[in-house]
Ligand binder design. Structure first.
Ligand code: NAD
Length: 465
């Protein structure tokens, strides 16, 4: 079986092609193909080999889709995905082992255990911003757990989608792992099918569509969504703080789900932070960031227009320029931003950093908690009591102190949202758990009927126990 492109199919009903594809993958799963540990190992090794052998093709596709610098693409897409696959390969036998559970005296002799089982045929739908990592990192856990998978890359990163569709069948079992290319039409056709799990990464609007479709078959769902992740700045080394904020914000030209969306800084710290932000911005990308090879581009003209429209939400402290034809938007720092302005209404998802002032940490937390739960939250301070207060008081998918974004590189940390920013989590063992059912198995013999004390008639049962 090879990759399916809904756009290219000449059939009058593309749903029929998708239906046939999913049915074939299910046949492979039902035949038990994906269950042996040897198969799972081969798939993980295949993924690792593909990412090493075909680095140049992936880098070229990421540059074509997002203007990604090859080194940034390597660090944030290829190497991080490869590390996840290596981690899964290393821990596979440990993760798949069954675990004995003690049996209470009244039920003995008997044995009880839990053992992770694959879920079946899973659907993974990915967005365009990290089009390799966000499609393949969930796949790693799905394969390690013994599932078959249907993958839907984003049509808005077409070069990467094509490379994945062309390469995956060369390195993975093409009967059990299939790529379906295309946009909304492909997703809609896929969501009409029955899957055993749907893993969706993307925006809130499509997240709702996925949940509704999943309800039809009561399919369990993981939703990795976005939101406005806040960064609160109290005190510390302002040069380091500015660099870390800008690094997190400007990676992939701001098109990162956990990028610090906006900054809340105390009135006392604001002048120092703003000065450092302007200075460090010039240090990262030079006087004219348009000429920097390290700054990515906006995904398309529609997003460029949306972002450009947000620039008058405040006073431009730095940046503000752009070129629609080349999809370049200058990294921009906005001050004097009203909480009611356009830039504060939706996830920015671009290189614009609004800086708002607050009285203190309490006011910052009240501001954050009055809005939908963000995917990540960041606090910059040297004060341990302030960090504890933030951990206790803020609602967010994750809490991170004195960094932005780099927490994603820790495979032992679960990655996921809370509330409106998502349901479920993954990375490292958590991806394996997401795609497994921890099934209990209880076994007892019949030679001696030691359960008879529990049977009716109940009269006098207490004395028997
Ligand atoms: P999106 O929701 O528009 O699209 C995601 C996927 O859904 C794509 O594959 C797309 O083809 C498909 N899709 C589009 N319309 C659909 C429909 N009507 N029915 C079914 N499927 C449909 O998201 P996007 O613009 O690609 O990505 C940006 C969003 O993703 C941001 O909100 C960002 O925060 C979020 N995101 C979250 C994470 C995370 O890990 N939590 C990571 C990256 C991006």
């Amino acid at each position: 079986m090879s990759a399916v492109s809904v756009e290219e199919t000449s059939e009058a009903h593309p749903e029929a092609a998708v239906s046939a594809t999913v049915a074939a993958v299910r046949r492979a799963y039902d035949a038990g193909r994906t269950r042996p540990l040897a198969w799972r190992r081969e798939q993980l090794q295949g993924l690792i080999r593909m990412l090493a052998d075909r680095e140049a093709e992936f880098s070229a596709a990421l540059a074509a889709d997002l203007g990604k610098n090859p080194l940034e693409g390597y660090l944030t897409e290829l190497s991080i995905t490869r590390s996840e696959a290596e981690y899964a390969l290393k821990h596979l036998s440990q993760w798949t082992r069954s675990t004995k559970v003690p049996v209470p005296l009244g039920l003995q002799p008997a044995s009880a255990k839990t053992e992770p089982q694959p879920l079946g045929v899973v659907l993974i739908i990915a967005p365009w911003n990290y089009p390799v990592q966000l499609l393949l990192a969930p796949l790693i856990g799905a394969l390690a757990a013994g599932n078959a998978a249907v993958l839907k890359p984003s049509e808005l990163a077409p070069a990467t989608s094509r490379v994945i569709a062309a390469l995956l069948p060369q390195y993975l079992d093409p009967d059990a792992v299939v790529v379906v290319e295309g946009g909304q039409e492909a997703s809609t056709a896929l969501l009409a099918e029955r899957f055993d799990h749907i893993f969706f990464t993307g925006g809130e609007r499509v997240g709702r569509v996925v949940l509704q479709a999943a309800a039809r078959y009561l399919t369990p769902v993981t939703l990795e969504l976005g939101g406005k992740s806040p960064a609160v700045v109290l005190d510390g080394n302002f040069t380091a703080i500015a660099r870390r904020l800008l690094y997190g914000k400007l990676l992939n030209a701001g098109q990162t789900c956990v990028a610090p969306d906006y900054v809340l800084v105390t009135e006392a710290a604001a002048p120092k932070l703003c000065k450092a932000l302007v200075k460090e911005l010039a240090g990262l990308f030079g006087k004219d960031p348009a000429k920097s090879a390290d700054l990515g581009r906006i995904i398309n003209a529609q997003h460029w227009d949306r972002l450009h429209g947000l620039l008058d939400s405040g006073t431009v402290l730095a940046g503000g320029r752009g070129d629609r034809d080349s999809l370049y938007l200058e990294p921009t720092i906005l001050t004097e931003v009203s909480p009611d302005s356009a830039v504060m209404q939706e996830e920015i998802f671009g290189p614009i950093l609004p800086v708002l002032t607050v009285k203190d940490l309490e006011e910052a937390m009240a501001f954050i908690n009055a809005r939908p739960v963000p995917l990540a939250s960041y606090l910059y301070t040297q004060s341990a009591p302030a960090r504890q207060a933030f951990e206790r008081g803020v609602r967010a998918g994750s809490v991170n102190h004195n960094v932005s974004t780099v927490q994603l590189a820790v495979p032992g940390l679960p990655f996921g949202g809370a509330g409106a920013s998502g349901t479920g989590a993954y990375h490292g063992k958590y991806t394996f758990d997401t795609f497994s059912q921890l099934r209990p198995v209880f076994t007892k013999g019949t030679a001696l009927d030691t359960l008879k004390v529990a049977y009716p008639p109940y009269n006098g049962i207490k004395a028997r126990l």
